[in-house]
Design a protein around this ligand. Structure first.
Ligand SMILES: [Zn+2]
Length: 370
């Protein structure tokens, strides 16, 4: 299973200048290669090398960085073509352009990690630069030392220098689950388990709401600094949401692992069609990263050998988890579930989570029969 580790670099002023120069040169080179590809109609990595390699050498790029630049351009055209084919965007009218600070991949020959010392050695236009400091947590350091594979991306964002590395952890065998921990996802409560544990969305929703107001005002301004601030706010909000999702997913998977259960989640592929809410809530829901939370649960579970099953979300909120009776009137308010048939009463989200847990057990039995 693959996941990314993002660390922040703390370059000395001279190192920073070299990094900035390197990123700028690589992206100027990428723009040149992109124009060559566009004019010669050659888009494949290896063919493009024949056309572009010499020019890049002339620009002062050495062999490895030149190849990475060409591959970056080729990959960008592949991505765009796939998007055009899927009708996600219009066909290109001009060559793909790269910002002067667009991310640049470095392989092990151009970038080496001294994880213990928390430094990297990196190729720059000013030569090999050793001892560039980076900061990371103990956990990230362990992952980097044991599982880092392939290229790392150098990124300059919001005034920070970042390295984004990919780690590849061999999957643990999935333990045969003894029951399932059902998880209901929502807005008022981001996640609720059938054990009755609720992760409130109150704080996160408040942050989102406040940010949306601020963004509206900034957008109206249209100045360059307002735009920059807008971008930074958006990133900050999504970082915050990601942190929340990490905490929740970790807690869910830890609890399932501790009790020998698997995790049952709703299959969310149709969630936008399914949910009918008044408008302000719908906006929250759309911006809300359900899928991210699902992904985090899935990869943390895979690492721990905890089974994950996705169940049909239909009627999980209206059905009674005690007797199975389905009725809209079972749900007199947002928070309450009270069965009109058997009288069972519970917090609405907990009832839904119990339904999801039951479907998890049934689904697992079906898919693992024989
Ligand atoms: Zn009932």
């Amino acid at each position: 299973m693959k996941f990314v580790v993002q660390v922040r670099l703390f370059p000395e002023p001279a190192q920073e200048a070299a990094l900035a120069d390197t990123l700028r040169l690589c992206n100027e080179a990428a723009n040149l290669v992109s124009r060559i590809a566009w004019e010669t109609k050659v888009f494949r990595n290896y063919d493009l090398r024949l056309h572009a390699y010499g020019e890049l050498k002339n620009m002062g790029l050495s062999a490895q960085p030149a190849q990475h630049v060409i591959k970056k351009v080729a990959d960008a055209y592949v991505t765009v073509k796939a998007q055009v084919k899927a009708k996600l965007r219009k066909p290109l009218a001009k060559p793909i352009g790269f910002r002067t600070d667009a991310a640049q991949p470095f392989d092990d020959r151009c970038l080496s990690w001294q994880v213990e010392e928390r430094t990297v050695s990196i190729w720059t236009t000013g030569g090999r630069m050793k001892g560039v400091r980076f900061g990371c947590s103990e956990k990230q350091a362990t992952a980097l030392a044991a599982y880092r594979k392939g290229e790392s991306d150098l990124v300059h964002r919001d005034g920070m220098w970042l390295l984004i590395a990919t780690c590849d952890v061999p999957d643990t065998d999935v333990t045969e689950p003894d029951g399932f921990l059902g998880v209901d996802l929502g807005i008022a409560n981001i996640a609720t388990t059938d054990d009755g544990k609720r992760y409130s969305g109150k704080h996160l929703n408040a942050v989102r709401h406040r940010d949306r107001e601020l963004r509206r005002r900034l957008r109206a301004k249209q100045t360059k600094s307002a735009k920059r601030l807008l971008k930074a706010r958006r990133r900050k909000e999504s970082r915050f949401a990601r942190d929340v999702n990490h905490v929740i997913s970790k807690s869910i998977v830890t609890e399932a692992e501790r009790t020998g259960r698997g995790v049952a989640l709703e299959d969310l592929s149709g969630i936008r069609d399914r949910v009918r809410l008044r408008k302000p809530q719908r906006v929250t829901l759309h911006s809300w990263s359900f899928h991210q939370l699902g992904r985090f649960v899935a990869y943390k579970a895979a690492r721990a050998g905890v089974a994950v099953i996705y169940v049909d979300p239909a009627y999980t909120s209206q059905g009674c988890s005690a007797c199975g009776h389905i009725d809209k009137r079972n749900r007199p308010s947002q928070e309450t579930f009270a069965c009109t048939s058997c009288g069972f009463a519970e917090h609405a989200d907990v009832n839904a989570a119990r339904n999801i847990a039951k479907r998890g057990v049934a689904g697992w039995a079906v898919s693992h029969a024989a």
